[in-house]
Design a protein. Structure first.
Length: 317
């Protein structure tokens, strides 16, 4: 496969190149592009060799089998259409609102592709919730979902983690916070979720259901990386937890049956979806409450993009 990556810096671009090199997928070529102005001689390292960075304007879709967008493009629909017309797949891995079809690898295990696709990764919390909710639907019907998404500074990219680091250092040294924006360090910021209605509809589309109620809220946590979501789901039939746990494990979800080791810090290097704090409804056996932990960068973007690439490679064999 001839792969093009549009994106140079940041944890998603760097992490994806590292994981692709580790997996040895047998790529026939790798090209790297940037939307931002590039310095003469700019390059990245991949599999022990130097790969030059080119401007996106130099891109020829006919020379690629797949283009992965790692930087938000202001008008991605036209380039994606042009790429598809020339037989080039497109994956938007920015997790920003996109026109492509939202996909989650755990829900595509048997998918075969014989046409150019324009896929997009949804918000990282949706990528983690959808497989858990899919497992709940084993022999049952999902009626409603209520979730609180606890986001870290990395949800704002490098800018967010730099701000948290600078504020933490200043406060620990007895100095005040600079700037007019909200304080991230040592602070909890309850807030409405941007594009909540779009995400709520997108979650239902991923699952192929129409819920009687779907509500997603968020809170900003003083963490550098990681993401946790508190989920409450209501079912049409009584919860069969053993059947659900079997379905979750089959899809690769790591289920915790105790509190030990279940935290964003303890699971920082584990790229799976983690499910814990399972609480069937105390007075309603149709309800489940649970916590989901999945790193928004490593799992939500890097691992999921890699798995989508693997699906496309498998389909081309």
């Amino acid at each position: 496969m001839r792969l093009g990556l549009c994106g140079v810096g940041g944890p998603i671009a760097t992490g994806l190149r590292e994981q692709l090199a580790e997996l040895e997928l047998g790529l026939s070529s790798l090209s790297v592009f940037s939307l931002a102005p590039i310095e003469e001689g700019a390059s990245v390292r991949f599999e022990g060799r130097t790969v030059p960075v080119m401007a996106l304007s130099d891109l020829e879709f006919s020379e690629l089998d797949l283009l992965v967008m790692l930087e938000p493009h202001p008008e991605m629909v036209e380039p994606a259409d042009n790429a598809n017309a020339l037989g080039c797949h497109v994956i938007d891995a920015t997790m920003a609102p996109a026109a492509g079809r939202w996909v989650v690898p755990e829900l595509m295990l048997d998918e075969r592709v014989d046409y150019p696709v324009y896929w997009a990764l949804p918000h990282a919390a949706l990528s983690a919730m959808a497989p858990v909710l899919e497992g709940l639907q084993a022999g049952n019907e999902l009626l409603s979902v209520d979730a609180l998404i606890c986001e870290s500074a990395s949800a704002y990219g490098d800018k967010g983690t730099r701000q948290l680091a600078a504020e933490t250092a200043r406060l620990l040294n007895g100095q005040g916070i600079e700037g007019d924006g909200p304080q991230l360090a040592f602070n909890l910021l309850p807030d409405s979720l941007e594009n909540a209605e779009v995400l709520e509809q997108g979650l239902q589309d991923l699952l192929g259901v129409r819920l009687s109620a779907c509500r997603l809220d968020r809170a900003q946590m003083p963490l550098f990386y990681g993401q946790a979501t508190h989920l409450t789901a209501t079912l049409a039939q009584p919860l069969m937890l053993d059947s659900c746990m079997a379905a979750w494990r089959e899809s690769g979800i790591h289920v915790f049956e105790s509190k030990e080791g279940f935290s964003t810090v303890a699971l920082a290097e584990d790229d799976r979806i983690h499910l814990g704090g399972l609480q069937p409804g105390r007075s309603d056996d149709h309800t489940l409450r649970a916590w989901i932990i999945a790193d928004n960068i490593r799992k939500g973007a890097v691992v999921n993009t890699t798995r989508l690439i693997e699906i496309l490679i498998k389909s081309s064999i």
